[in-house]
Design a protein around this ligand. Structure first.
Ligand code: PMP
Ligand code: GLU
Length: 398
């Protein structure tokens, strides 16, 4: 028998992707599942972007591209960062990756040695702890208080930094909480990181899906020296409904980006040229589709929140952005149904799927025990029907 590496033995599959797959499987088997599990926009990729991709295939962009990305795409990314964040990067400070997921993965690979610590504020996106561990590092979880909108405070951060701390992963707006940080909050965090020499991996993939009046601010621009210690991560998956196209990018210090580029060369040789060409269209054309999708997500957030808060016992923080809600379900834990014990968020999510055919994701793999994550990247009808089922299923718990 082939022996599995220790890394592989420790590795867990993605809880979000597994739940989405389970819901899809049940649907394929004829079960009428309402899925709040999927972390991807339900909209189609805008037409102009799709057309650009098709044209690029016909124009022959079907060969290897430079491993850091097509120059025209890098230029579009640099222009986007300048326009939106006032951040100036040169060509060798930007890299195109296979989704934001690979950008974070490779940034960790080039920065972390065995024994190094990476601070991960909780709740966190499910892939961070696994990616830190695959790099040999130790995730250090810092529980962000629900009463503080699930946001890390500077004093919490200050206390958690040890001589082994190398980096922090910040995600704002956050999956799963939807919270974002203001410029002042980011400046305070950046100041500590600069002073203590802690690198920042800044995951800004939900940046365009903000419902508040204040604009998104990148931590790299929030403090005069933050840019030197930050790897900004972003992509097109969420803003442009392009999850399947698999384009992400990172911008940061030259020495980090050039090593990430070597990683790409050794591991996947970059993403298809025609995808990159389509992404140039996404980043450089009028952004009306982004606004349209964002506005619809906001309506759905309001609808789902309203219906959810009408269920006795459910509390829910109001997210600033993304397409997730993270309701506190503690009022429904330690309950029973037909001899079955609902002891934690994971058993609650299982019960909801099996008995009420609603797919949710337990908060446990997000470091949010007692909560479940609901994605409202689905139609308003599904939201109405799913929350109706949820209320009914919860009412049955004794
Ligand atoms: N970061 C967060 C917080 C996410 O939710 C996702 C969703 N998949 C990603 C990164 C990765 O996005 P992608 O690889 O599709 O660009
Ligand atoms: N990020 C999305 C989610 O959290 C998509 C799945 C994944 O890559 O984890 O559901």
């Amino acid at each position: 028998m082939i022996k599995l590496s220790k890394r592989a033995q420790l590795l867990k599959p993605s809880a979000t992707l597994s739940m989405a797959a389970k819901a899809r499987q049940m649907k394929a088997g004829g079960v009428n599942v309402v899925s709040f599990a999927t972390g991807e926009p339900d909209f189609d990729t805008p037409v102009a972007i799709r057309e650009a991709g098709k044209r690029a295939i016909d124009e022959g962009l079907t060969r290897y591209t430079p491993s850091g990305g097509l120059p025209e795409l890098k230029a579009a990314i640099r222009e986007k960062l300048r326009r939106d964040e006032g951040l100036n990067y040169s060509d060798d400070e930007v890299i195109v990756t296979c989704g934001a997921k690979q950008a974070i993965f490779d940034a960790l690979q080039v920065m972390i040695d065995p024994g190094d610590e990476v601070i991960v504020p909780a709740p966190y996106w499910v892939s961070y702890p696994e990616q830190v561990q695959l790099a040999g590092g130790t995730p250090v979880f810092l529980k962000a208080d629900e009463g503080n909108a699930f946001k890390l405070t500077p004093s919490q951060l200050e206390k958690a930094i040890s001589s082994r701390t190398r980096a922090i992963i910040l995600n704002y707006p956050s999956n799963p909480t939807g919270s974002t940080y203001s410029r002042n909050e980011l400046a305070a965090i950046a100041k500590i990181c600069v002073e203590r020499n802690v690198a920042i991996i800044s995951d800004e993939i939900y940046e365009k899906l903000l419902f508040i009046d204040a604009p998104h601010v990148s931590i790299a621009s929030a403090h005069p020296s933050a840019r030197d210690i930050t790897v900004v991560v972003n992509g097109v998956s969420k803003a442009y409904a392009m999850t399947g196209w698999r384009m992400g990018y990172a911008a940061g210090p030259r020495e980090i980006i050039s090593k990430m580029s070597a990683f790409v060369e050794q591991d996947n040789s970059g993403i298809p040229g025609f995808v990159q060409r389509a992404c140039v269209t996404a980043l450089t054309s009028p952004q009306d589709d982004v606004t349209r999708m964002r506005d619809e997500f906001k309506l759905r957030r309001d609808l789902m929140l309203k219906r959810l808060l009408a269920i006795p016992g459910i509390r829910c923080h109001v997210p600033d952005g993304t397409f997730y809600l993270l309701p506190n379900m503690r009022a429904y834990l330690d309950r029973n149904i037909g001899g079955r014990q609902i002891s934690d968020a994971t058993s609650l999510a299982e019960y909801l799927l099996e008995s009420a055919h609603i797919a949710t994701v337990s908060g446990d793999p997000f470091g949010a025990p007692g909560h479940i994550r609901l994605s409202y990247a689905t139609s308003r009808e599904n939201i109405e029907e799913g929350v109706r089922r949820l209320a009914e299923a919860l009412a049955k718990l004794a």
